[in-house]
Design a protein around this ligand. Structure first.
Ligand code: SF4
Ligand code: F3S
Length: 106
């Protein structure tokens, strides 16, 4: 499956949602996750993310392995999202900021 990683936090551009053929994105307050059992590995979402936050699970950057489990966990409790909404007004300022895990809202 593909995995949403740290740089999505507080950026949440949602371009990924528009291209997913199986609608397997789930939405939290400031982050999105992919349901690993529903993702068909089409790879369409990966290049769409302006924050480069999406990776195949075997290519998740070092130190971000915990996001694999986190996507699986949160996809079970967050609601499904099928249409792109508005990104946060300050999304650009947060793009590339390190250690954003502390800001993850659940
Ligand atoms: Fe959806 Fe394809 Fe991305 Fe999986 S890889 S989340 S199926 S767009
Ligand atoms: Fe997040 Fe990128 Fe989608 S910032 S909401 S994974 S387009």
């Amino acid at each position: 499956a593909f995995v949403v990683t740290e740089n999505c936090i507080k950026c949440k551009y949602q371009d990924c949602v528009e291209v997913c053929p199986v609608d397997c994105f789930y939405e939290g307050p400031n982050f999105l996750v992919i349901h690993p059992d529903e993702c068909i590995d089409c790879a369409l979402c990966e290049p769409e993310c302006p924050a480069n936050a999406i990776f195949s699970e075997d290519e998740v950057p070092k130190g971000q392995e915990k996001y694999i489990k986190l996507n699986a966990e949160l996809a079970e409790v967050w609601p499904n999202i099928t249409e792109k909404g508005e990104a946060p007004a300050d999304a650009k300022q947060w793009d590339g900021v390190s250690d954003k895990f502390q800001y993850l809202e659940r």
